[in-house]
Ligand binder design. Structure first.
Ligand code: BG6
Length: 484
């Protein structure tokens, strides 16, 4: 199966923070891959804007180096010079006056105009104001921002209000890069493109759902940011919440931005408060050769969690009584992200005791990374003589195998940036979703602070603190193994 590439119309994309880490690692190599694939047209213009003193020629060199460093494979596609010729640069002082008037000649009338705020969140509001002040915003303009979108409900509201003063909601693209992952979108295709799953997709037929996002990396050089956030703010309030929404939402009437986002919002609003005994927080401990979390963040008294596991419930007709277990953490056993939907056992076994026959409940595993794909475990008869022994085999829909080399999934960023250009907000968070997610998160975090909750230590390379295992054992269930 060959992937179809539908080119977008020529556009102007201004990247504020265009010389920064995110731009060099993700945004520019991603754009280059879209250019190689033929999706980004020759008539596009990418304008780097940052404080760095350089010019368009200097910027082309910065971007060329970044592509060679962060995506050496694509650098070979043979179109690098043509891509670099689309780049321009302007030195702009976000906080001051310098560079703003000079930015105007880079922008063409009648083209989509996207402003990517690849800068710290403290500049989001300032950039929005400056763009408006210097008359750089037209009807075709849109802005792109990424988390942290506030630190709590109050600051998220403040940010939404500030951006809302200059841009309509339909012009604000809030990235959650998990929504750009191939399998996350496939999850919607599997749920709503087939008749098989939806009739079973409820509390009557599903025993529970596990969402795991495990990482092997620590907090690395991001200690300053991370220690003020922790796994709850850094991962659960956004990425895991989005996964939960897509798994749990009602079928939208159309695959269209507001239909999808309305349904996600209903899920977040139906999330029950989580009692303290349904949450386990952890911090990774030191090993002989590696520092502890506290050493990594240089805060010997840190109570911030680098791991969290929660048991959540959604109070609506579809899901009442079905636990959604979520966990995420740093320095765990393997890098793996997956959603596991565990169905209930068949109501009656005609083959005898399940323990004897080997029958197991069905499980649908949606693997986000690595090896993106979807597996459905089904029970069949073990081949050969020897009576009716049953085995569980996976129906494997690993995309790389099913679709061949062409199926190499585009990086989340490149897909999402093309959606910005196309003006499709389906895979972007709406302001009210972000606020609702904080409204659920805030009391949980406030509870820890009020109780002086201390995270449990866990070993590097483990599955998190033992208490996280207990969270499921208490319910007579078991986490799936964390393995790559
Ligand atoms: C980011 C978090 O949003 O997502 C990081 O800030 C985390 O802490 C990262 O490591 C995980 O993303 P991915 O795509 O590597 O799973």
């Amino acid at each position: 199966m060959v992937s179809r590439v539908i080119p977008v119309d020529p556009f102007d994309l201004v990247i504020f923070g265009g010389t920064g880490d995110l731009a060099r690692r993700k945004i520019l190599p991603g754009l280059y891959r879209r250019f190689c694939s033929g999706q980004m047209p020759e008539g596009a213009r990418i304008i780097g804007a940052a404080r760095t003193e350089t010019d368009s020629e200097g910027y082309r060199k910065i971007v060329s180096d970044a592509i060679h460093e962060f995506d050496p494979k694509s650098a070979q596609c043979g179109k690098l010079d043509a891509f670099l010729s689309l780049l321009e640069y302007e030195t702009v002082d976000a906080m001051g006056e310098a560079g703003w008037n000079e930015l105007r000649p880079h922008l063409r009338d009648g083209h989509v105009r996207a402003f990517y705020f690849s800068v710290g969140p403290s500049l989001f509001g300032i950039l929005a104001e400056r763009l408006s002040h210097f008359g750089l915003v037209d009807d075709e303009s849109r802005i792109v921002i990424e988390k942290p979108l506030g630190h709590d409900l109050a600051t998220a509201k403040e940010l939404n209000a500030t951006l809302g003063a200059y841009f309509d909601e339909s012009q604000i693209y809030r990235i959650d890069h998990y929504l750009g992952k191939e399998t996350v979108q496939n999850l919607m295709a599997v749920r709503f493109g087939n008749i098989l799953f939806e009739p079973l997709w409820n509390a009557q037929h599903i025993d529970h759902i596990q969402i795991t996002v495990a990482e092997t990396v620590g907090v690395g050089g991001r200690g300053g940011y991370y220690d003020k956030s922790g796994a709850m703010r850094d991962m659960v309030q956004n990425h895991l919440m989005q996964l939960l929404c897509l798994i749990a939402m009602e079928p939208p009437s159309q695959f269209e931005p507001n239909s999808v986002r309305d349904e996600k919002l209903k899920v977040i609003r139906a999330l029950q408060p989580v009692p303290p005994h349904h949450i386990v927080r952890g911090q990774y401990d030191a090993t002989d050769s590696e520092p502890s979390y506290r050493e990594d963040v240089e805060n010997a008294r840190s109570f911030t969690e680098s791991f969290i596991a929660l048991r959540c419930e959604i109070a609506n007709w579809r899901w009442a009584g079905t636990p959604f277990y979520m966990r995420t953490g740093k320095k765990l056993k393997a890098r793996t992200s997956e959603i596991a939907v565990r169905f209930k056992p068949a109501p009656h076994s005609i083959f005898g005791e399940d323990k004897e026959t080997g029958s197991q409940p069905n499980e649908l595993i949606i693997r986000l990374q690595p090896n993106e794909g979807i597996t459905l475990s089904v029970t069949i008869k073990e081949p050969g003589p020897g009576g009716m022994r049953l085995v569980n085999v996976p129906l494997d829909m690993t995309f790389a195998e099913a679709l061949g080399e062409e199926a190499e999934a585009p990086d989340a960023y490149e897909r999402l940036i093309m959606d910005v250009i196309r003006g499709n907000q389906t895979l972007f968070m709406r302001g009210d979703e972000v606020e609702a997610a904080w409204a659920w998160t805030d009391p949980i975090i406030e509870g820890w602070q009020a109780r002086h909750d201390v995270p449990k230590l866990y070993d590097v390379g483990s599955a998190g603190p033992d208490d996280a295992l207990m969270l499921l054992h208490r319910d007579n269930r078991k986490w799936r193994d964390i393995k790559a």
